[in-house]
Structures are given as structure tokens and as C-alpha cells.
Design a protein around this ligand. Structure first.
Ligand code: CA2
Length: 148
């Protein structure tokens, strides 16, 4: 099982700014915990972050045939990017949307996800644990699409 973790804009700032919203764990700290859980479950992890929408689109396109699952925290692009949605829909790799915060309990503009309809499901609101839960969900991703 190979899992590609993609992180969108500003997530490189985790742990350095706004700890009251996003916690004190850095993205490198989250990656270390993801790798630990993945090793327990026998999964391989590739973990990336970009501030560039086009780079995220390229990585999604290149995932075909190389990864079994994509886990994406698209950050602000979640709410704006038709390009990411089209890439996820086109690639044919089951994709899980994740967020640190409960976006539904926040501003109206965060309550709409353009990528949700083309993802298997969402894991949101558990802080850095959302990433760990996503590793565990990836193992069960064969269930994807059955519940639509
Ligand atoms: O809750 C999440 O995981 C989000 O994807 C985080 C995004 C936000 O735009 C989404 O609505 C929800 C923001 C990521 C930026 O992270 C920062 C971390 C530290 C300081 C500033 C931003």
C-alpha cells in the first residue's frame, strides 16, 4: 500500500503561527507520526507540501499507477480550486480529503469544499490526528465509492 500525502498552501507554517487554531505540531512533526503509524500498518508514505496550485495538480496527475491512495489537505485551495477537483476526478486514484480544523464550524467560505464530491470521504476536525486517521482509512479504501 503506497499513500501519497499532499499538503497545500501555508501548511509549512504549522506550529509557527496561529497555534490556537492549528495547534503546535509542525508539518515535519505530523509527517513523523504519519510515518510511524504507516510503518505499523505496512504502508509506504510519500509526504509533500506546496504553496503552488499547479504543482499540486502535477503531483496528483503523476500519482496514477504509482500510489494506491492520495490523502490531501488542500488547505485554502479546498474552497477555490476547480483545477484540483478536475485533477482528482481524472487521476482515478482513490482520494481522501482531510483537514486539521472542523471547517464546518468556521467561516462560511470554509464550509464549501470543491474537492469533496470527487473524494472517497473526508476526515476533518481532529487536528494532527486527522492525518493518522487518514492512514488508517487508506487501508480500508476499497470501500470507496460504494456508499455514494
Ligand atoms: O483545517 C485545515 O486543515 C485547513 O485545510 C487549513 C487551511 C485552511 O485554509 C482551510 O480552510 C482548513 C489553512 C492552512 C494554513 O495553515 C496555517 C498554519 C499556521 C499559520 C497560518 C496558516
Amino acid at each position: 500500500m503506497k499513500i501519497l500525502f499532499l499538503n497545500g498552501p501555508n501548511l509549512n507554517l504549522l506550529g509557527q503561527r496561529e497555534p490556537e487554531v492549528y495547534g503546535r505540531t509542525t508539518l515535519a512533526g505530523i509527517e513523523a507520526k504519519v510515518r510511524e503509524r504507516a510503518a505499523q500498518l505496512g504502508a509506504d508514505i510519500d509526504f509533500r507540501q506546496s504553496n503552488l496550485e499547479g504543482e499540486l495538480v502535477d503531483w496528483i496527475q503523476q500519482a496514477r499507477g504509482k500510489f494506491d491512495v492520495i490523502v490531501i489537505n488542500a488547505a485554502a485551495y479546498t474552497h477555490t480550486s476547480i483545477a484540483l477537483r478536475d485533477a482528482i476526478a481524472a487521476v482515478g486514484v482513490p482520494t481522501i480529503e482531510i483537514h486539521l480544523s472542523n471547517v464546518h464550524a468556521r467561516e462560511k467560505f470554509r464550509q464549501k469544499s470543491l474537492i469533496a464530491p470527487v473524494c472517497c470521504g473526508q476526515i476533518i476536525g481532529f487536528g494532527s490526528k486527522s492525518y493518522i486517521l487518514a492512514v488508517e482509512a487508506s487501508v480500508h479504501v476499497k470501500e470507496c465509492n460504494k456508499l455514494r
